[in-house]
Each structure stands twice: as structure tokens, then as C-alpha cells.
Design a protein around this ligand. Structure first.
Ligand code: AMP
Ligand code: FE
Ligand code: FE
Ligand code: ZN
Length: 289
């Protein structure tokens, strides 16, 4: 980190509870040792890592914001909704997330079957061994393909086989955006649109329309600071956030070894990633309750 006098935050982090390579506890210890002041653990479609992360945060003196990243229905790109300060023990949230877990449990064997039909020797047991105790998904399938020499890196696994236009792709069940945002709000949290560029909108005008709709459904933030956002994109997103009255959020989308080259706390423009972002989110929270 360049400026030692400023402490930074990372509001988009994954652990082994979804598809990161470090356990929730390891992520927290790593964040602390990198000098971060707060992180949000935002595993895909699960809150299973939060208890461990919060306990570790208390232990080492790092603020851990209970979060989640929920995949929502969207074409042609992908839409992920981040939730912050959720009550992760909320019963309804747990029930709805169960629906997503069950859909995953059905989808993984379908992907494996497609790969096997393509002549690849891969089993569900091998993928389960790689995913450990966390939820299983395509990154773990990619890891097995890599380990067995079918691809040279994880990216190739998606390009050649299991990516959205690959021959072994199987669609994942998702909630409509309105439900994903509602679920976060109903469990006491605030929602922010993750890495907006993955929506693959046709124009900024089109994106503005989507954003306005999401805001009407209760979105309060836009993930402006992100490793893959150029300075220009960042400027555009800041402007749109202002226009729609949304808060700016940011994070590295750290996945450890499962997303090489991305460090905890790392975005394009570090200087904006201060605790101010968290304070603003907290203020929104206060107004909601
Ligand atoms: P799943 O939830 O099982 O559909 O897996 C989605 C996850 O796969 C994403 O969150 C990323 O971590 C990873 N992923 C998706 N596309 C790619 C890609 N092209 N290269 C590497 N990882 C990817
Ligand atoms: Fe991921
Ligand atoms: Fe995401
Ligand atoms: Zn993510």
C-alpha cells in the first residue's frame, strides 16, 4: 500500500465458503497483516463463512462486515448484487439461500456429465475434494481440469469448456434482481451492484436505465472501485452514482489462488478505498432502521 498514513478497506472478498482459496479466518489474518482496517466477506450465495470471519476479526482486531454476493438473473452478461451488514442468522435469508444451494447441487453433476461426454475423465468426487467444506461450483471444476492437465490455467477451463459459451456450460438458477435486493434489505443489509461492467450493457444509456430500475427496487450502492475498472470507467460510474443518488463502494474481489494476480485490498485507484466508504454505508443503514 502506497500511502502508509491512510488505512484502507476492501468491500469484496471471497473465502473457501464459496470459491476463494483461503478460509474465512485466513482471509481476516491476511487482511490484518496487509494493514487493512475493515473487510466485507462477500461469498457467492452463502453466509457460511461469516461466523468464523467475525470471530477471527474480533481476535485480531479487524472490522469484518457481514456480507454476501448474490447472483441475479440478467442477460446477456452477469449481475451480482453485494449485500453489506446483513443479519446472517435471519431465517428467511437462510431458507432462500438454501434454494440456491439445492440448484447448485443439481447443476454440478450436469456440468460433469457434459464434460464426460466430451471425453474428459472427471468425477463429482474429485470436484468435491477440491471444494473442501465450502460450496461447490465451476471454479472447483476448473481446478480439477487444471490438476489433471486438461487445461494450462483456470482461465482456459472457462474459455474451452465451462464458461458461459463453452460446450459444458449449464445455466445456474438465479433470483430476479428485485428479489436479490429485497432479500438483502429484508435481512437488515444494504445492497450494491458488483462490478457493473459484467452486465455487458449495450450503451451507457442502457446501463443508466438498468441502474435506475435497481435503485427503485432498493439498491443503495454501486461498486465503482474495482481492479478491472479503468480510470475512465471509474469516472463514468462515479458520475452515474451521483446522478442516481447511489453510494460508491469498492473491492478487490479477492479469491486467493483462484483468481491469480489480485491481492487483498487491491483496486486500480487505492486512494478512494478508505473507511469513509464504510461510514457512508453505515449511515444508510441507520436511516433504514
Ligand atoms: P459458478 O458460481 O459455479 O457459476 O462459478 C462462478 C465463478 O467462476 C465466478 O464467481 C468466478 O469466480 C469464476 N469465473 C467465472 N468466469 C470465469 C473466467 N472466465 N475465468 C476464471 N474464473 C471465472
Ligand atoms: Fe467468484
Ligand atoms: Fe462477482
Ligand atoms: Zn466476487
Amino acid at each position: 500500500m502506497k500511502d502508509k498514513s491512510t488505512v484502507y478497506v476492501d468491500l469484496h472478498v471471497h473465502s473457501t465458503a464459496s470459491d476463494g482459496s483461503f478460509s474465512p479466518r485466513e482471509v481476516v489474518i491476511k487482511a490484518k497483516s496487509r494493514g487493512l482496517q475493515a473487510i466485507a466477506l462477500t461469498d457467492h450465495d452463502t453466509v457460511d463463512g461469516l461466523e468464523e470471519a467475525l470471530a477471527a476479526g474480533k481476535e485480531v482486531g479487524l472490522e469484518v462486515i457481514p456480507g454476501i454476493e448474490i447472483s441475479a438473473e440478467h442477460e446477456p452478461g452477469s449481475m451480482h448484487i453485494l449485500g453489506y451488514f446483513i443479519d446472517f442468522r435471519n431465517r428467511r435469508l437462510a431458507e432462500r439461500l438454501q434454494v440456491l444451494q439445492r440448484a447448485r447441487a443439481e447443476r454440478n453433476p450436469q456440468i460433469i456429465a457434459k464434460l464426460r461426454r466430451l471425453g474428459i475423465d472427471i468425477t463429482l468426487e474429485e470436484v468435491a475434494a477440491v471444494s473442501g467444506s465450502g460450496q461447490m461450483g465451476r471454479p472447483h471444476i476448473a481446478r480439477v481440469l487444471l490438476n489433471k492437465g486438461y487445461v494450462a490455467d483456470l482461465h482456459e477451463a472457462f474459455e474451452r469448456y465451462i464458461g458461459n459459451s463453452g460446450p459444458a456450460y449449464v445455466r445456474k438458477f438465479r433470483f430476479p434482481p428485485q428479489e436479490a435486493i429485497g432479500l438483502i434489505n429484508d435481512s437488515g443489509g444494504v445492497a450494491s451492484l458488483a462490478h457493473p461492467f459484467t452486465l455487458q450493457y449495450s450503451s451507457i444509456q442502457h446501463f443508466k436505465m438498468i441502474l435506475g430500475q435497481l435503485r427503485d427496487w432498493g439498491l443503495v450502492g454501486l461498486e465503482v472501485y474495482y481492479p478491472e475498472h479503468s480510470a475512465d470507467m471509474q469516472e463514468t460510474f462515479i458520475r452515474l452514482a451521483e446522478e442516481w443518488g447511489l453510494l460508491c463502494t469498492g473491492g478487490s474481489d479477492f479469491h486467493g489462488a483462484n483468481k491469480p494476480g489480485i491481492e487483498l485490498g487491491q483496486v486500480r485507484q487505492q486512494r478512494f478505498m478508505t473507511y469513509k466508504l464504510v461510514e457512508k454505508l453505515k449511515a444508510k443503514l441507520g436511516r433504514k432502521i
